[in-house]
Design a protein around this ligand. Sequence first.
Ligand code: ADP
Ligand code: MG
Length: 558
Amino acid sequence: MAKVTGAMLMARSLKQQGVEFMFGIVGFPVQPIAAAAQEVGIQFIGMRNEQTASYAAQAVGYMTGRPGACLTVSGPGVIHGFAGLANAKENFWPMILIGGASPIYQNGMGAFQEERQTELAAPYCKYAHDVELVERIPFYVEQAVRFSIYGRPGPVYLDMPDDIIQGEVEESDVQEMATIPDPPRTQTMPEYIDAALELLESAERPLVIVGKGMAYSHAEDEVRAFIERTQIPFLASPMGKGVMDDGHPLSVGAARSLALKEADVIFLMGARLNWIMHFGQKPRFSENVKIIQLDIAAEAMHQNVAAAVAMVGDGKAVMGQCNAALDGRQWFYPKDTPWRAALAKKAAANAATIQPQIDDDSSPFNYYRALKDIREWAGDNAIIIGEGANTMDIGRTQLPNAKPRHRLDAGSYGTMGIGMGFVVAAAVVHPDKPTISVSGDSAIGFSGMEMETVCRLGLPVKIVVLNNGGIGKGVEVYPTDGSAAPHVLSVDARYDKMMEAFGGVGFYATSPDELSRAVNEAMDSGKPTLVNTVIDETAGTESGRLGNFNPQSVVSKK
Ligand code: ADP
Ligand code: MG
């Protein structure tokens, strides 16, 4: 009889369940899993830190709907991977962390890198389990993948001890499993659809908020049909951007604060009223705002604001229901209303405030001027990644998205260091599209060593560092007398030379002329490229929105 190893069964099962990419770092005891993965046709991408590998795995999950795998060694490797689990849990993105573990027969003996891994992973996961029998590996992989993509998506963990990886069983003893289909789409009750449409018809100042749940559920066609049919103004959450084209005439993203504050009925689609949305509460929202909520998770309903209509279901399926129900109605939100006029006026005023900064050709740059060239460079088809405080906040407003699932950033968990992991994931999932990452100089530091990864793999990604020499603001010259404030970094740091050192292309830009030359050449280089752009060290706010965020300014303590 033919025998099969645990490592091969793990690889085979992952491939069978639609896992196409594995990111990680090999070593004891997982090396055989990586080798088997390559043998069965899973692309193995060797990274330089398990954190970045775990970020890459979840970005694959978000972009493709099937979890990416992250493979780590035991103990410290698994602990590093938890960073990604936590980020995926907060974003509801599927990924599978496979942690190597010391052999079962050494449990409790103080084995090499012995750790209570499954127990520690559990709070960050939808599902975490030890694999204790080689023949049951397909069972655990099916269950893990199913948990990660069914219902509200999220991360899962499987613990693979050395003796399970190396163990062998007869093929005939293996517990084979069926391939788990994509998640079944669920509709909501028709009366909720009617209630939602009636509430929207009664609104004076309606608004749609499109979140990344709609991107994840591939609801873009249904959302566009609904918004164009009802003519309701919309705005997008940071990663909901692109489900609707940011340039769509009904977008009121440029009047975001006013739209949120004055709307009387909000259709919240696949987004949460969490800190990013100011909890849906005053003073950033109207106290009497009525919320129509659409989410796949029942437990998401009514968070922070009691919803007037709570629609639990799949984003694409429920928007399809809404569109079908609209066929029987005449109503759409009228063309000339005071609300539309107010939003248009505010958007124009905001644009006029920013324009001088976009047009300001002096050096060193301000953020808006630097992003202008990147915007022209990026075009419509690029996957745009943003991290950093000011860099990400201002980048979100200045770098439009026209397509869904084309923006990746620090997300609901506000994680710095995701950038390079997302860069690698975007480049391997979408080799046909430009991958462009815009990173603050602090943010790039968290996982800058992955520049070696993109150079080794020859991924033609474009990284722009907006370098102001600090976390938030910096100073012109780093004081060497010990007086530097904690947030100050070296503005002279040559991140571009780091990329060159690994075989990529580096540019250093201190003026608009240099930047336009650099971005043009970077786009044509066909190689991993980093443009180190020196920004005015006094530009931006102290440490951007993430750093400045003060919960008490939004919700008063009782
Ligand atoms: P954003 O940051 O864009 O506001 P959040 O992560 O806060 O997005 O919220 C996304 C929401 O989308 C989550 O509450 C999640 O449950 C929901 N979601 C995930 N998948 C689907 C789906 N297929 N259909 C509808 N909602 C979904
Ligand atoms: Mg900075």
